[in-house]
Design a protein. Sequence first.
Length: 335
Amino acid sequence: MFASQRLLRSCLFLLLLPCILPAALALSTVTPIFTVPGPLLPGSWFENLAVRPNGLILATRGDAPEIWQIDPATGQGALLVSVSGAFNLTGIAEIASFRQCSPQQPPSRPETYVFGSSHIPAPFQVTPGSAKAWTLQFSPTTGLPTVSLLAALPDAGFINGIASWGSRRVLLGDTEREVVYLMDVDTGVYTTPLTNMTGINGVKVAPGYVYWANHLAQSLSRVRVDTSAIPNGPVEILAADQSIDDFAIAVDRFGAGKAYIAAMYENKVVEVIVGAAPSLGPGAKRVVAENLSGTGVGLTTAVVFGRRAEDSGLLYATVGQGGGNAAIVAIDPSE
Ligand SMILES: *[C@@H]1O[C@H](CO)[C@@H](O)[C@H](O)[C@H]1NC(C)=O
Ligand SMILES: *[C@@H]1O[C@H](CO)[C@@H](O)[C@H](O)[C@H]1NC(C)=O
Ligand SMILES: *[C@@H]1O[C@H](CO)[C@@H](O)[C@H](O)[C@H]1NC(C)=O
């Protein structure tokens, strides 16, 4: 089994070789698709993004307790929900339903997201005990959104990146406590499978692996985990010396592919080549797009792939604090 997988992998590698070698790609065009309307709010920023199965983008605001919904096809966007009892919203992730795993089965729950909030009175200041986890559900009949408190987390520090873990649990990175929680989305009960997660920011999953950004060490890593997200392999460093907030991954079942990194105050998106697991070390990097804000300064915190047939290869990234209002831009990484 192992030998044949190895053989398959080396054949794939030979087949892919001609595609890897052509001339370096140019920087991609940054296409602004949406900017928060209204009076100038230079401190405004979107913290995180999730793309709905219908292709609409959900964007949490870091400077207000708001989720905005943006149609990337038209550039139209509007406030979707205001969350009373929250100040600043953080990560957001869709909870996988059974239907996503098997199209024949009825969905196990309505379209549901978990998002985080904390009170962040000023940049890099978090009010102790203020973290909360929430759910956002869309009614299957009316399509209307409902927000509910999933869990107040007085013992948590700062809930940052969030990722779905199976169909009823979610991973929540806590930047201050330097851990990742695994929470049941029906009860809010959680365990703490990953510790010593210094600088944890964005969190993503692929079958059997947890990927995370460490903004202090400026690295992207992954580790093999069991079904309770407890590590059972070595930590692999996939990107190093890279300013990083959240990121998107596109990897195959061997863990090989690419990651796209929102490079925080560097105001750009960086691609890194990810080797099959266990990876041999940090992969080659390439700046995909820079000056995302169009003003030379800005904050990009999250990047996601589109989910419609026509934009599944496109990336959407957040832009904030660039002199204007919080915005979303589109980037074609194959350009
Ligand atoms: C957090 O949200 C409040 C409003 O709820 C806002 O006044 C404050 O500036 C936000 N903090 C940051 C860092 O944007
Ligand atoms: C924590 O992680 C650091 C590197 O990130 C490592 O040097 C250290 O040994 C780890 N400590 C434990 C207890 O795992
Ligand atoms: C950023 O983009 C804007 C608009 O194209 C341009 O005027 C500015 O010179 C660029 N700044 C940097 C630092 O690239």
